[in-house]
Ligand binder design. Structure first.
Ligand SMILES: Cc1cc2nc3c(=O)[nH]c(=O)nc-3n(C[C@H](O)[C@H](O)[C@H](O)COP(=O)(O)OP(=O)(O)OC[C@H]3O[C@@H](n4cnc5c(N)ncnc54)[C@H](O)[C@@H]3O)c2cc1C
Length: 401
């Protein structure tokens, strides 16, 4: 069955329908994809008086794709151009995330992060990140001297220098998604799991007819919604291509990242440690993050793949990662490092870099021209988890200007 408890839409209409045009749809809002971003968007829309929102997800639970295969870092927003969506939504989302987590006891910790440079070239770039951070309204960074570094984190090596981000932290992404899902439903939202969207038709003046196949019994159902939000992660380009004309079609690209577990109790650190990466890098280097239990994990690295389901860690990646890890944490015991899990970044171009530089690709979050009420969310890679609450706010703003 497609949706539990389908309710008719309310008379409160999004701004682009005049009442003369409207024939009631099943829902005011339909969101495709129950990852952390789709959950945050759906929750935000459902909180608005007089709306009816349905969240459509092909799996049997929320957050089983990219949203459960990441570093769970609350990013500060240091790396991207000042006027980019990534900077604005990351900073806003980070502040919203800390507030929400504190208010609702969602496990999180303001660990702080060190960017460590080993060479003059890396230090030059790290100082550029520091200078850039000073120019942003709310992403402060500070330099850490050698004496302070040795006192606070004696196991971390940084021959050329350290920049600290005091606002970086970690969050239990599963607990966050459980909260968002519950709050969405408390606000009257409907979830339809095992519901794979296979077709979307724009009906001018009415909205969107969405057809989906049930992964439970193979049945095909259609619903209508006045607005449609494409938050389908790795499936977002396919949804885009179902709706927009050929010349606006998109091709997805996939940057796989492998994580490595670390089972030894030494060396230790209380901060997250990121090796300095140079512009154009597809990720943020094989860094060290901590989970809520204080366990170290290394990764992710960057490997371009053709298939978003290519999630098997490959032993060859470990051989490449170990020297990178040892460069900033020389006391690590390589025999205690093991392959862990993989995540795949939903990119829009192969080779697209993550930080400032010629290959920088911003998030695409827009209501598509000629398709009123259709909001596309494309390329929602890192810092998508951090930005999720702010993305929810932005999408709500686009639909209710
Ligand atoms: C290796 C890695 C590390 C990362 N680390 C961080 C980090 O530390 N901090 C941070 O802020 N961000 C991080 N990110 C980014 C973050 O994980 C993502 O931006 C975020 O999870 C994206 O969420 P989403 O909801 O857009 O996508 P997803 O979680 O992929 O959800 C999309 C959902 O859409 C569903 N779907 C797709 N097509 C259809 C369809 N046709 N019908 C129905 N349902 C469909 C899918 O099943 C899926 O559940 C990282 C990403 C990766 C890959």
């Amino acid at each position: 069955m497609l949706a539990r408890g389908i309710r008719k839409s309310s008379p409160v209409l999004p701004r682009y329908f005049s009442s003369a045009q409207v024939r009631p749809a099943d829902f005011t809002h339909a969101v495709i994809g129950a990852g952390v971003v789709g959950l945050a968007v759906a929750r935000q829309l459902a909180a608005r008086e007089g709306t009816s929102t349905i969240l459509l997800e092909r799996h049997d639970a929320p957050g089983t794709e990219t949203s459960s295969r990441n570093s769970e870092v609350i990013h500060a927003g240091l790396y991207y151009p000042a006027d980019s969506l990534k900077t604005k939504l990351c900073i806003r989302g980070r502040n919203m995330m800390y507030d929400l987590c504190s208010k609702h006891d969602i496990p999180h910790r303001n660990t702080k992060k060190w960017i460590v440079a080993q060479t003059e070239e890396q230090w030059e770039y790290t100082l550029r990140v520091h200078k850039h951070a000073q120019s942003l309204s709310d992403a402060p960074t500070r330099l850490v001297g050698a004496e302070e570094a040795a006192r606070r984190e004696p196991d971390v090596k940084a021959d050329a220098g350290i920049v600290e981000s005091p606002t970086t932290g970690i969050v239990d992404s599963h607990a966050l998604m459980t909260y968002l899902h519950g709050d969405f439903e408390n606000n009257g939202g409907d979830c339809a799991f095992k519901t794979h969207v296979t077709n979307v038709e724009y009906i001018p003046g009415e909205g969107y007819k969405i057809t989906a196949i049930s992964d439970e019994d193979g049945s095909i159902t259609s619903i209508t919604a006045e607005t449609l939000i494409n938050s389908a992660g790795h499936g977002a380009c396919a949804i885009n291509n179902l709706i927009l004309p050929k010349e606006r079609h998109r091709t997805p690209a996939y940057a796989k990242g492998t994580y490595f577990s670390y089972t030894a109790s030494r060396p230790r650190t209380s901060v997250l440690v990121y090796p300095a990466t140079l512009p154009g890098h597809g990720g943020l280097g094989t860094h060290l993050t901590l989970d809520m239990g204080g366990r170290i994990r290394f990764g992710p690295d960057v490997e371009w793949v053709d298939d978003p389901n290519d999630l098997k860690p490959s032993p060859a990646r470990m051989e490449q990662a170990i020297p990178e890890i040892l460069s900033y944490m020389p006391g690590v015991d390589p025999s205690a490092i093991a392959l862990d899990y993989c995540g795949i970044r939903p990119k829009l171009t192969r080779g697209g870099g993550v930080n400032i530089g010629k290959t920088f690709q911003d998030f695409i979050i827009q209501e598509e021209e000629g398709f009123p009420g259709f909001v596309n969310l494309l390329g929602i890679e890192s810092p998508g988890l951090t930005s999720s609450l702010a993305i929810g706010e932005m999408v709500d703003g686009l639909l209710h200007r």
